[in-house]
Design a protein. Structure first.
Lengths: 195, 188, 200
């Protein structure tokens, strides 16, 4: 397997940001009330992650060590604001649903974490691959969590309703988010994580 | 890897980054300004179209005052004659304000309602946007014949099961819109 | 009366961790021991209130007059990062005891989304506390920010207490660590749901 493909795959299982690294918990819990919402939040983060990874790997050699964190934060915040403007213009409904959690991508530890740990010491293409892998891993985790909560909580999947009436409402509300994520993590630990 | 830090290059790199980033964002803002405004306008006109009778054109946003409070409304026109009014009104529900667009025709009958924003409990109060029975009863609701309060309080409005507070707030908002309409009619 | 409603709403009804999902990373990260949880809560309290004061003023007197509200995110995060650094330096110089209690948590707070979240909420969201929906004024913002961070501390300290007990009990292997903690928070969140609808 080529090294780039390896990088992408690592983001899925070995370095899965949600289940293994426990990063970016806030959007994971807050925006996964349905599969579609989870997917949109994942893709929004993916967008910022790939672009900021690429930009940061390109400028890293000329950034003085002592100010590298503020510079990275400014770069990330720029892409987040760009995303905010684009979403307000072209997908206003999604922007409204995700609300506060779009600007909060700035403080998502995944993005700054990848910039520090990977993008600052690797090339542009490798960083893009890393961003893509981690972003996809995050998206997958959010979509799965969203799907589980939607199935249990609303009795539907991706908006398609398969039971009449209500599901177990607690699962679309706050407590369900924590409990679902806890149990998904148990399954992940038991079956997927290899020592 | 990273360059050595000196005061000059730290200040230079930081200010350069900030300058570049604000320039990019300024450009992006200028480019997306129009689509953003259009998206917001589209949303409003879509919800207006949902609640008023068929029309050719819409008036600009207007404001009516009732008991010292301002309410936004739009006139739906066919030719030059108004066929209905879309009035924005709100009331406090279970989780926060429920904001409605209420369509009323020139005879004072409610044509339809649509929820602009709410923060009710999912699966309970939030059904005010999906419960068909609840939503359908507003089509052709004539406040001069029926009483605008929920059945529990002796009115004619069917409440959403297990969500009396939401239903009361919804009804309250419709009632406000009807009052606004009456004051508009009296003015003319 | 309104201030009272803001406080109750921010601490219990819309608890920042258990209902709004902000600041979860440090919430899970440093809640192993009651003492560190208390330290972190103190630091968060301090920074959230101070950051809200500064960002509120920046927004009102700089961003809004210049019509560059779209730079809110970028401006606020920079202000918060600088503020945290400054607090760290000042504390180190003036109060070594407080610094040794809160110091290690301060760098972590920059990326605590609770701080940016509250700062953005205050300037972009309309609130209803018993009356009309409106944007908060400076006094209300500060009360809201302080009460919200008290709510953060409350959730954190309750949870750390539970976790100290939990660490002594036997749990299945796959549940060890974070999963059982998450399930516990879920139950705690359920308890806090009992407050919903209390403040309209």
């Amino acid at each position: 397997m080529s090294s780039k493909a390896r990088l992408i795959l690592d983001g899925f299982v070995k370095n899965n940001p949600t289940f293994v690294l426990l990063l970016g918990m806030c959007p994971t819990l807050a925006t996964t009330t349905s599969a579609v919402n989870g997917l949109s939040m994942g893709l929004a983060t993916l967008f910022v992650l790939v672009l900021s990874n690429m930009a940061i790997s390109a400028i890293a050699p000329i950034v003085p060590d002592k100010v590298h964190i503020p510079v990275y934060i400014v770069v990330i915040a720029t892409f987040v604001t760009l995303l905010q403007l684009l979403m307000q213009a072209y997908t206003p409904a999604v922007y409204e649903t995700l609300g506060l959690f779009i600007p909060l991508i700035v403080v998502n530890c995944i993005v700054l974490g990848r910039a520090e740990a990977f993008a600052s010491r690797n090339g542009v293409i490798a960083s893009a691959a890393d961003g893509l892998g981690v972003g996809l891993g995050f998206t997958l985790a959010l979509t799965v969590l969203g799907a589980v909560r939607e199935i249990l909580g609303s009795g539907s999947i991706f908006g398609w309703k398969f039971i009449s009436g209500d599901g177990m409402l607690a699962f679309v509300m706050a407590p369900g988010a924590f409990i679902c994520l806890g149990y998904l993590m148990v399954l992940f630990n038991k079956y997927l994580k290899k020592e | 890897m990273a360059a050595k830090s000196s005061l000059i290059n730290m200040v230079a790199v930081l200010s350069l980054t900030c300058l570049l980033c604000s320039a990019i964002l300024g450009g992006a803002y200028a480019l997306t300004k129009e689509p953003i405004e259009k998206a917001a306008a589209d949303k409003t006109s879509r919800s207006i179209a949902l609640v008023v009778p068929e029309f050719d054109s819409l008036s600009e946003e207007k404001a009516a005052t009732l008991d010292g409070k301002e309410y936004k409304y739009y006139e739906a026109l066919k030719g030059d004659a108004p066929v209905g009014y879309a009035i924005v009104s709100s009331a406090g529900g279970f989780g926060g304000d429920i904001v409605l667009m209420v369509g009323i025709d020139t005879a004072g009958v409610v044509c339809n309602t649509s929820v602009l924003s709410h923060s009710e409990t999912p699966g309970l109060g939030a059904k005010c946007t999906s419960d068909e029975g609840f939503m359908a009863q507003w089509k052709g609701f004539d406040p001069s014949v029926k009483i605008l309060s929920v059945k529990k309080d002796g009115g004619d409005v069917d409440a959403i099961t297990a969500s009396t507070i939401t239903s009361r707030a919804y009804t309250e908002a419709v009632k406000t819109a009807v009052e606004v309409f009456k004051s508009l009619r009296d003015e003319q | 009366m309104e201030y009272f409603l803001i406080i109750i709403s921010a601490i219990f009804v819309n608890n920042i961790v258990l209902a709004q999902f902000l600041g979860i990373c440090p919430f899970l990260g440093v809640s192993n021991k009651l003492s560190t949880a208390t330290g972190m809560s103190g630091a968060v309290c301090f920074v959230i209130t101070l950051a809200t004061l500064v960002t509120y003023l920046i927004n009102k007197f700089l961003l809004v007059p210049l019509h560059i509200e779209f730079l809110q995110t970028i401006a606020f995060i920079l202000v918060i990062a600088a503020l945290v650094q400054m607090v760290e330096i000042v504390l180190k110089k003036t109060s070594p005891s407080l610094y040794s209690a809160l110091g290690i948590f301060l760098p972590l707070i920059t990326t605590n989304c609770a701080v940016l979240g509250v700062a953005l909420n205050v300037v972009t969201k309309q609130f209803t506390f018993g009356g009309e929906a409106h944007f908060l004024n400076l006094g209300e913002s500060l009360v809201y920010a302080f009460a919200t961070s008290l709510g953060y501390g409350l959730a954190m300290i309750i949870f750390a207490g539970i976790r100290e007990h939990l660490s002594l009990s036997e749990v299945p292997k796959s549940f060890k660590g974070v999963p059982i903690a998450l399930v516990t928070v879920g139950i705690l969140a359920m308890a806090f749901m009992g407050f919903s609808g209390m403040v309209k």
